[in-house]
Each structure stands twice: as C-alpha cells, then as structure tokens.
Ligand binder design. Structure first.
Ligand SMILES: [Zn+2]
Length: 278
C-alpha cells in the first residue's frame, strides 16, 4: 500500500485495480517507436492502466478523490476494459468503511473516474458512500448531459444523477477551497472543466492531477492522450501546473499509473521533465 504523510494529513493511494486502455489512444500522436521505450503493450496493443483513487485523512474528515470504474459497467464494456472492482476491498485494507467517507471529489465524470460513486441495490441506484457529500464541476456535468457523439460513451448518468436527485452531489463553479487545506482547480484540456485537487498541510502540497497527466510516462508537454478534447489546452494547462508544482515541490498523484502512483516532477538537463518517485 502506498501511504505517506503531508503535514498533518495522511495520504493513501487506494486502487480500483487495473483496466485495459489502447496504448495508441493513450499516447495520442506520439509514435509507437517512442512510447514503446517506456511501456510494453500486450499482443492486442493494450496496456494495464491503473485506477488510482486518493484517500486523504485530515484528522477531521475522510476525503476520497475519484472512485474508479465501480461495479455497474455494462457487459459489452467489461469485455473491452475489464471491471476489476477492487476499490472497496482496498479501502477496507486501508482501514476505512464506505460509511466513514465524508467527502468524495470527482475530477470529472468519465466512467473510469466516478464508477463507485453509486451501486445498484435492487432496482435502485444509491450512493456507495451514504454519509458523503460529492463534488464535481457543474459544467462538467452539463457537458455529460449533452451526450455528444464523440464522448457519450464516457458519461453514464447512473454514476451521478441519482446523487443529484438526493442532494448528495454538489455542483461547483470554478476554483474553490472546499475545506481548510483541500481545494479544487480547473485545468482544461482532457475535458473543458476537469478539476485537479490540491491538498495542503504543514506548508506541503500534493496534487491529484487526474487526466491532465495520467501517468508518469505523460510528463512531456506534447505527450497528450488521444482522448483529450482540447489537446492544445492540455499543453497550456501542463505548463501552468509545472510552473507551480516544480519549484514548490508538490507531490503529484497520477490517476492511471499502475506502477508509480506518485512522485515529484523535476526539470533535468535541457529542460527535460523527469519524475523522482516518492
Ligand atoms: Zn477521463
């Protein structure tokens, strides 16, 4: 288990397991001859991608950032992606029950980031974390509702609409500090309103950067996923992130890296970006 302390907070990476992603889509316009030096796909060109959530225990609140794929995926998508459904077991191993979670933050509403928000109970869909308030950006939710040709497959309303109906999910408008030491910041690129989560305690900062930098193999400004709706904005958002995170030594948490879930991004010779694992 990956666990560390940040000032007064305790941070634990809790995984929902790994799923398949097409390696070509994962690295966008980067040629295979380049990305295959960093990762090795299977005979169908698939990679094991991580589904890392971050548990933040502040002493007052238990905060869960992101909820993986969950256990409600339709069969045809299970065939493509798999459905490991390990998050609750790994939370249990970290000493936390679903009832103990006070806050859930979704960086965006793609199915691989908010699947465990809800579970089926009989013919109803209910909150997995019954005592939690859930937070996401309002415009991210509005985009999902449009069900556009390009990305309708990623937005499954049972992952969030039942929570809006009960008032458990709160829609945010822009950057905000949710609690002392826990704030969200919108970084456009992957979607227009994807938010990162910045955690600060004792003068130290960590950032769950989500799909802006999905793995430690995506540090380079131009190694942008084909899934991103606004690749030029991804590059600009990464520049903004590095301008703060590198000099201030933020601990960066990677959502889809199954090997190296976190580390410190550093600028090496000729401004090449490298990762110093935690
Ligand atoms: Zn996504």
């Amino acid at each position: 288990m990956h666990r560390t302390t940040l000032g007064d907070f305790e941070l634990t990476v809790v995984s929902d397991g790994t799923y398949f992603l097409d390696a070509g889509a994962f690295f966008g316009v980067v040629p295979k001859t380049m990305w295959s030096k960093k990762v090795t796909p299977d005979d169908q060109n698939r990679l094991d991608a991580g589904l890392n959530s971050l548990l933040v225990r502040t002493g007052k609140k238990n905060i869960l950032i992101e909820t993986g794929i969950g256990n409600k995926l339709p069969d045809r998508l299970v065939q493509i992606f798999r459905q490991p459904a390990q998050l609750l077991d790994n939370l249990h191993a970290a000493g936390v029950a679903p009832e103990d979670i006070d806050i859930v933050i979704n960086t965006h509403l793609h199915f691989d980031h908010c699947g465990w928000n809800t579970v089926r109970r009989g013919d109803r869909v209910v909150a997995t974390f019954p005592n939690a308030k859930y937070y996401v950006q309002q415009q991210e939710w509005e985009h999902g509702r449009l069900q556009l040709e390009r990305d309708a497959i990623s937005y499954m309303s049972p992952n969030y609409d039942p929570l809006l109906e009960t008032g458990q999910m709160v829609l945010l408008n822009g950057d905000v500090e949710l609690f002392p030491g826990v704030s969200v910041k919108v970084f456009p690129g992957h979607t227009a309103n994807m938010q990162a989560v910045i955690v600060e305690s004792g003068g130290k900062k960590a950032c769950y950067i989500s799909d802006l930098i999905p793995t430690s193999a995506h540090l380079d400004l131009t190694w942008v996923m084909a899934f991103d709706l606004f690749p030029l904005e991804t590059i600009e958002s990464r520049k903004k992130y590095y301008a703060q995170a590198i000099p201030e030594r933020w601990l960066t948490v990677f959502t889809h890296d199954d090997q190296t879930p976190w580390g410190y991004v550093e600028r090496a010779d000729r401004s090449r970006l490298t990762l110093k694992p935690l």
